[in-house]
Write a protein of this length. Structure first.
Length: 315
């Protein structure tokens, strides 16, 4: 959650239970520059004013954005963080919750980017790697000090191969989930923007394999194939299965899926390669309409995005 003034704030830390109180506390930190930790739970007096009416306890670390801190070291971290965000480069911000240390900005391997000459505790490096892998903040206790590791991964990209009514419903869902969307289809009539509830982030009308060869495919990429057409889907799969894409899903019933697997085996792909394909695509919720299928796909994207989260740590 980010707070700039009583009327300028965005984000959430509890889904609406304590945000108004957090804004007040954040304004205090903006005024004094002093970080603080506040806790909220349930009590008869506060459950419906400043408390968690749904139960549990939340502990919130409040600090100035590093660029606006008083010391030059923190300001340098803030500038480096902004550069990383603009370049869509994944980083981890390590903020001291105790002690008087400056924050540290680390890459996905736990190497400090700023301050450059800092010798980092191996425990902080390990915590940074865990936080970026599971895309979840991690609190690390190092000796007598606590650090909050806040992961800022590269933006996720959803590649949709095949313009369709399913894509029409999937694109706005993906945008709501903060995915960049890239629609690929050589059949230009099916990528006409007037057909879509929301326009995709980008459209490519090359043959699917040529379009994918122009895209940097990484672990931040998710792909969904929606055409049913082997002439479009198969060349795309040949590229995607050789990439580190986090998720590959393909539309089609069981007979379509088996025929697709047979063609891929004949093309030299291993069983392990073929098992990367989620087909029939999406979470099995008995979806039948285009909108329902889009919801099932969106649910699968969330599941794969959070696949590395240790659920026991979130109890």
């Amino acid at each position: 959650m980010v707070v700039a003034s009583p009327k300028e704030w965005a984000g959430s830390v509890s889904g609406g239970c304590v945000e108004h109180a957090v804004v007040d506390e954040a304004l205090g930190t903006l005024a004094t520059g002093l970080p603080q930790i506040v806790s909220y739970g349930v009590s008869a007096e506060t459950a419906w004013s400043t408390g968690l009416s749904c139960g549990g306890t939340v502990r919130i670390h409040i600090e100035r954005f590093p660029m606006f801190a008083a010391n030059p070291e923190s300001q340098a971290v803030g500038r480096a963080l902004v550069e990383a965000l603009r370049a869509d480069r994944p980083v981890v911000l390590a903020s001291p919750m105790t002690g008087s240390f400056p924050p540290v900005l680390l890459d996905v391997e736990g190497t400090p980017l700023e301050p450059l000459a800092l010798a980092v505790d191996p425990g902080l490096v390990d915590a940074a790697r865990r936080s970026i892998a599971c895309r979840t903040p991690v609190v690390a206790t190092l000796g007598d000090d606590e650090w909050l590791l806040h992961p800022l991964p590269a933006r996720d990209r959803l590649i949709i191969v095949g313009g369709s009514d399913i894509a029409c419903h999937l694109i706005p869902l993906a945008h709501a989930l903060e995915f960049e969307t890239l629609l690929i289809d050589p059949r230009r009539v099916l990528v006409d923007g007037s057909l879509y509830i929301e326009a995709p982030s980008a459209v490519l009308t090359d043959a699917s394999e040529h379009a994918l060869s122009r895209i940097p495919l990484s672990e931040s990429c998710y792909a969904v194939l929606l055409t049913h057409d082997p002439q479009v889907d198969d060349p795309a799969l040949h590229v995607l299965l050789r990439s580190p894409a986090r998720y590959i899903g393909a539309l089609g019933g069981r007979k379509t899926q088996e025929a697709r697997r047979s063609r891929l085996r004949s093309s030299g792909f291993s069983q392990a390669d073929i098992e990367r394909i989620d087909g029939p695509v999406g979470v099995p919720i008995l979806a039948t309409t285009p909108a329902e299928i889009a919801v099932s796909i969106a649910a699968r994207l969330v599941e794969r995005r959070r696949a590395h989260v240790d659920l026991t740590s979130l109890q």
